[in-house]
Design a protein around this ligand. Structure first.
Ligand code: ADP
Length: 598
C-alpha cells in the first residue's frame, strides 16, 4: 500500500481517536470544575468534623495531640479549597490531566490527616468513643463520593488513606478482628469506588448530550445565518427587479410616446421641409429604444446564466487595439487623446465578453471625459493579466462608486436623457466579469479621473494562438442580391426599403414555400437573411440548411426576436451569425458586410 493510501486508510481512525481524546479531556475538565466547586465549601465541613472528633478525644487523648491534629486537618482542607479557588478562576484548563493528578494528591493528603486521627486517638479512647470514631471515619469516604464528583481516582486516594489507618488501628487494638477489619475495609472501598464509577458514566452521558446540543445549536445557527443571507439576497434581487422594471417601463414609455407624436405628425401630412428633421428624430428615438432593449435583453440573459463563456486563445493586446480603433473617431470628435499602452498578453478566455466589457468601459471613459486623455493598457501582473481603462474625466464620488454598477443607476442624469446612456453598461460589465471570472476594481477621484482595472486569471502559457478575425470596414453592397425570408410583411417591407437604400437588390418571401419558389426561379442569392421562427412551422436555420444543400453555399444571416437560450444554441450550432431584433441599421450594415466578406 502506498504512503498516501495508508494515510487515507488511517485517517478516519485517527480522526475518531482525536475526537475521543477531546471528549475525554472535556469530561475531565467538567469533573475538575464540579469538584473544585464543592471543595470551596469543604473547610467548613472539615471544621465540623474536626470538632466532632476532638470532642470524642477530649478527656482521654493528650491535649497537644488533638490540638495539632485539628489544626493540621483543617489547614490541609483549606489548602485544597485555595487550590480549588484558583482552578475556578481559570476559563479553560491548560492541562486538565496535570490538574487532576494534583487534586488526587491533595485528596490523599486530606484523607491522610483524617485517617491519622484513628492511629493517634484510638489507643487512648474508651470503647464507645472508638466505635463512634470508626463510624465517623467510615462515613467520611461515603460523603467523599459526592465531593469527588465521579472521579474514582480522587475518591480512591481519599478513602484509602482514611480506611487503611482506621482498619489498622482497629486490628491492632483487637487482633481477633484483623481479618474482618481488612475484609470489610477492602469491600467497602471497592463498593464506594464502583458507586463513583456510576456517577462517572452519568457525567459522561451529560457531557455527550451537551456536546450534541451545542453541535445542533451551532448547526441551527449556521443554517439560520444561511437562510438570512438567502432571504436578504432574494429581497435584494426582488427590489432590484422592481427597480429595473420601474426604470425600464419609464425609459420605454418616453420614446414610445415621442414616436407616437411623430407618427401623428407624419399622418397629418407635414410640410416637406420639416420631414428630414422628423426622420432624424425618429431615427434617434428608435436607436435609443433599440439600445435600451438590447441592454435589457443582455442583462436578463446574463443574469439568467444563459451565457456560456466561449474560451479561446486570444491576444488581449490585439483585441484592445481593435476596440481602440473603433473608438478613435469618437475620441477625436471630443478632442481627446486615446493612448494605447499595450503589452503582449495572451489569454484563454472569451473574446466576445472581454470585447463587450472593454467597449462599455471605453465608451464611458470617452463619454465622461471632457478634456485630456483616455488610456487603455494591457500587461501581466504576477499570475494575472490586467486590462486598464483610465481617463482624466469628471470622476465618480466615493459613495457612488459601488452604486454605479447597479442597473439604471446614473449620475447627473435626472431627466433620464437617453442620449447620455441608459445606465445598463456597467451592470452588464459586472455580470460579464462574474461570468468569465474576471475581477473588476474602480479607483476614481472627482475632478481628476477614473480607472477601471480588470484582472483575468486565464493567462495562456501556450505560444500558439488563433488570430482574431478582422471585421471588414466596408464591402461593396451595390448590386448584391439578398433574399429576406420573414413571416411579417411589415418587416419585409421595411428591410427591403433599407437594403435598397444601400444599393442592394432585394427579394422577399413570407414563407418556406415562397422561399423555395424564389430559389427555384432565380437561383441562390449573395446573402440570405432569414427569420428564425417562420409561421409555417419550418425553422429558419433548418430552411437555410436545406436550401444550401439544394442550391450550393451562400452566406446566411439569422435574425430573431427570441431571447431564449435554445434559439442561441441552435443558431450557434449551425455556425450562422445572428442578430437580435430590434436591429439598428448600423449593426445590420456591419453584419451584412461581414457576412458578404466571409
Ligand atoms: P450609462 O453610461 O449608460 O449612464 P453605465 O452603467 O455605463 O451607464 O454607467 C453608470 C454611471 O456611472 C454613469 O451614468 C456615469 O455617471 C458613471 N460612470 C461610468 N463610467 C464613468 C467614468 N469613466 N467616469 C465618470 N463617471 C462614470
Amino acid at each position: 500500500m502506498s504512503e498516501q493510501l495508508k494515510e487515507n486508510a488511517l485517517s478516519p481512525a485517527a480522526d475518531a481517536g482525536a475526537e475521543r481524546r477531546t471528549f475525554e479531556r472535556e469530561v475531565l475538565g467538567e469533573l475538575i470544575y464540579l469538584h473544585a466547586g464543592v471543595l470551596k465549601r469543604m473547610p467548613w465541613v472539615q471544621l465540623l468534623l474536626a470538632t466532632g472528633v476532638v470532642l470524642l478525644a477530649y478527656g482521654s487523648v493528650p491535649i497537644a495531640w488533638w490540638c495539632t491534629w485539628g489544626l493540621l486537618t483543617v489547614a490541609a482542607e483549606c489548602l485544597r479549597a485555595h487550590h480549588a479557588g484558583n482552578i475556578l478562576k481559570q476559563d479553560q484548563l491548560g492541562n486538565p490531566e496535570a490538574t487532576h493528578r494534583l487534586l488526587i494528591a491533595l485528596a490523599a493528603g486530606v484523607g491522610a490527616t483524617v485517617g491519622l486521627s484513628a492511629l493517634l486517638f484510638m489507643p487512648y479512647m474508651p470503647l464507645p468513643n472508638r466505635a463512634l470514631l470508626m463510624v465517623i471515619l467510615t462515613a467520611m469516604p461515603a460523603a467523599g463520593v459526592s465531593v469527588a464528583v465521579s472521579s474514582r481516582q480522587i475518591l480512591a486516594a481519599y478513602a484509602l488513606l482514611i480506611l487503611v489507618p482506621a482498619g489498622l488501628s482497629w486490628a491492632l487494638l483487637y487482633p481477633e478482628h484483623v481479618l474482618t477489619a481488612a475484609g470489610l475495609t477492602a469491600l467497602y472501598w471497592w463498593f464506594i469506588i464502583s458507586v463513583a464509577g456510576d456517577g462517572e458514566q452519568l457525567l459522561r452521558r451529560s457531557v455527550a448530550i451537551r456536546r450534541e446540543r451545542d453541535r445542533m445549536l451551532s448547526d441551527l445557527e449556521r443554517r439560520n445565518a444561511e437562510v438570512r443571507v438567502a432571504v436578504a439576497k432574494a429581497e435584494q434581487s426582488s427590489q432590484a427587479r422592481a427597480r429595473v422594471l420601474a426604470a425600464a417601463s419609464h425609459d420605454l414609455r418616453q420614446p414610445l410616446h415621442a414616436l407616437s407624436v411623430y407618427s401623428a405628425v407624419l399622418v397629418a401630412n407635414p410640410a416637406a421641409d420639416s420631414l428630414p428633421e422628423v426622420a432624424r428624430n425618429i431615427d434617434r428615438l428608435v436607436r435609443n429604444l433599440g439600445g435600451l432593449l438590447h441592454g435589457l435583453l443582455d442583462l436578463s440573459r446574463l443574469s439568467a446564466d444563459q451565457y456560456v463563456p466561449d474560451r479561446q486563445r486570444i491576444s488581449l493586446d490585439r483585441l484592445a487595439a481593435e476596440v481602440c480603433n473603433e473608438y478613435e473617431a469618437q475620441a477625436h470628435e471630443k478632442q481627446l487623446r486615446l493612448l494605447r499602452r499595450l503589452e503582449h498578453v495572451r489569454l484563454l478566455d472569451d473574446a466576445v465578453a472581454i470585447g463587450r466589457i472593454l467597449r462599455n468601459l471605453l465608451d464611458n471613459a470617452i463619454k465622461y471625459t471632457d478634456s485630456g486623455e483616455v488610456t487603455v493598457a494591457t500587461y501581466l501582473s504576477g499570475d494575472a493579466a490586467v486590462l486598464v481603462v483610465e481617463d482624466t474625466g469628471k470622476g465618480i464620488p466615493p459613495d457612488e462608486q459601488s452604486r454605479i454598477f447597479e442597473e439604471f443607476y446614473q449620475l447627473d442624469n435626472p431627466g433620464r436623457d437617453h442620449g447620455r446612456g441608459v445606465g445598463l453598461g456597467l451592470a452588464i460589465v459586472q455580470r460579464l466579469c462574474e461570468l468569465i471570472g474576471a475581477e473588476i476594481a474602480l479607483t476614481s477621484r472627482p475632478g481628476i479621473g477614473s480607472q477601471f482595472r480588470l484582472a483575468f486569471h486565464s493567462v495562456a502559457v501556450d505560444a500558439a494562438h488563433r488570430p482574431a478575425q478582422a471585421i471588414p470596414n466596408s464591402v461593396h453592397l451595390l448590386g448584391k442580391r439578398v433574399y429576406i425570408v420573414d413571416d411579417e410583411a411589415d418587416i419585409l417591407r421595411a428591410m427591403r426599403a433599407l437594403l435598397n437604400s444601400w444599393g442592394m437588390e432585394v427579394e422577399t418571401a413570407l414563407s418556406s414555400p415562397q422561399a423555395n419558389g424564389l430559389f427555384g426561379q432565380t437561383g441562390s442569392p449573395d446573402l440570405l437573411i432569414v427569420d428564425l421562427r417562420l409561421g409555417d412551422g419550418e425553422h429558419g436555420v433548418s430552411m437555410a440548411n436545406r436550401l444550401r444543400r439544394a442550391h450550393g453555399d451562400f452566406p446566411v444571416l439569422v435574425v430573431t426576436g427570441e431571447t431564449g437560450p435554445e434559439a442561441v444554441r441552435l443558431v450557434n450550432a449551425a455556425g450562422y451569425p445572428m442578430l437580435q431584433k430590434p436591429i439598428i441599421a448600423d449593426v445590420l450594415h456591419t453584419a451584412v458586410c461581414s457576412a458578404l466578406a466571409a
